[in-house]
Design a protein. Structure first.
Length: 432
């Protein structure tokens, strides 16, 4: 009997990936809201999104066997509400918010893994005395600030001076309501502790600066069993906070990966998160031999799907689909055609600029043909302004992504250089 799986924000690329998963011969995948409606937008009208999703599900003439997603906010926070209403599996809303509400998440982490959590405090960016209150909490320059709920690396700043904090505060005040208002809608659906309830969606976090070699542990929880299944390195451009590429599998020492796996099991069991995928971002400070937990995300990392498919044989959407259907994930290891794989980010380090030239679709296809199995996505077109790109960090703009595999890391980097020689971007009206 065919099982019906509804995928929030499914696009053509992911529809093709899903059909290549293991054990889906009897599964029919259905789109639930478009990708543009849930991710290619600056306005997150969650009540309207839920209404339209429910209309689609209510009109469906068949069984609803799973509702899944692989996109960050707002999809990740909508899923528990939809899954509860239609009686399908997912993590509870409260356990999800213990990960996604950054202040609540840090409090929960500090209960069981205090040695891996930096000093932190929440603050109201609309409070003119916020910097003084951060100091009273024991934080000194430098420290890092970010919203209690963000998406990607948006609105994250390193603070080295009062001037830096004033700049970050101005950005928070101008933009934070785009996420805080819809996040508050979700918070009002949950049972929150009083101290967490007081930290509303527009609040931000200040944390001691942590660093080292950064990576992401991908994992899932099935019937209470926490299973880490892959570690992806996050490699930055020199001297800046922007990512250059994600590399799988990780090059971290096996003992460090094993320690991260044990920390992951401890914290996810304590949170009570179950029957869903997740990923946790870590730093390993190899000088101090210190592991820091950066944050927990309640979804698989979509950027890593091609990496797992190239190296292990299938996208780790395998995890999302199997868990949604109540099955233990059938995730292979090392069965793909490549030994290593990466997603590269081609970035420009301007405050803003206008795109004077972007490669055509034909030019992108020619560039991808330089290395077999390469996929390229260009995010800009001629005449577009970089400041209009969604989900960017505070220090650069990603104008293209390149996914590719190889037999070793050095060959991977060489291949990337050959591909980028075929892509020609030009910019005007540059704001340095």
């Amino acid at each position: 009997m065919t099982k019906n799986v509804f995928v929030v924000g499914m696009n053509e690329l992911n529809a093709a990936r899903l059909k290549r998963l293991r054990g889906v011969e009897d599964v029919s995948f259905h789109p639930l809201l478009t990708s543009a409606e849930v991710s290619d937008t600056q306005i997150f009208d969650i009540p309207d999104m839920l209404r339209r999703a429910e209309e689609t599900l209510d009109a469906f003439d068949g069984s609803i066997d799973a509702i899944v997603g692989y996109i960050d906010f707002p999809v990740s926070t909508m899923l528990p509400l939809l899954c509860e209403k239609y009686g399908v599996r997912n993590a509870s809303l409260e356990s999800l918010l213990k990960c996604e509400h950054k202040y609540w998440s840090r409090k929960v982490m500090a209960e069981v893994i205090p040695d891996h959590v930096p000093n932190f405090t929440a603050f109201d960016p609309f409070d003119d005395e916020a910097l003084s209150e951060i100091g009273e909490a024991g934080l000194r320059f430098p420290f890092f600030v970010k919203p209690i709920k963000s998406s990607g690396s948006r609105l994250g700043f390193r603070i080295d001076s009062p001037e830096d904090f004033a700049y970050a505060t101005e950005a928070f005040r101008a933009e934070i309501n785009e996420i805080s208002e819809p996040f508050n809608y979700i918070l009002n659906k949950a049972n929150l502790p009083e101290d967490v309830k007081a930290v509303e969606g527009h609040y931000c976090m200040a944390e001691r600066v942590i660093g080292g070699r950064q990576c992401t542990v991908e994992g899932y929880v099935h019937e209470g069993e926490v299973v880490p299944y892959g570690v992806v390195d996050s490699i930055r451009y020199p001297q800046v906070l922007s990512f250059f590429y994600y590399l799988y599998p990780s090059t971290l020492p096996p003992r460090i990966q094993e320690q991260m796996a044990e920390i992951t099991k401890t914290v996810m069991k304590h949170i009570g998160y179950d029957n869903a995928g997740f990923n946790i971002e870590y730093y390993w400070d190899e000088v101090q031999n210190q592991i820091w937990l950066l944050e927990i995300n309640t979804r698989i990392a979509q950027s890593h799907c091609d990496l797992f498919e190239m190296v292990d044989g299938v996208s780790h959407q395998q995890v999302t689909v199997d868990l949604g259907l109540g099955r233990k994930p059938d995730m292979p290891k090392g069965e793909g055609p490549e030994s290593v794989a990466a997603e590269f980010f081609y970035r420009v380090f301007f405050n803003d600029a206008t795109v004077a030239r972007a490669p055509s679709r034909a030019e992108v296809e020619v560039a991808a043909e330089q290395v077999e199995g390469t996929r390229i996505t260009s995010y800009v077109s001629k005449g577009s302004k970089l400041s209009e790109l969604p989900e960017q960090d505070a220090y650069s703009y990603a104008v293209a992504s390149v996914w590719m595999g190889a037999q070793k890391q050095s060959k991977l980097l060489w291949n990337y250089e050959q591909v980028m020689k075929k892509l020609n971007y030009e910019f005007t009206d540059i704001v340095e």
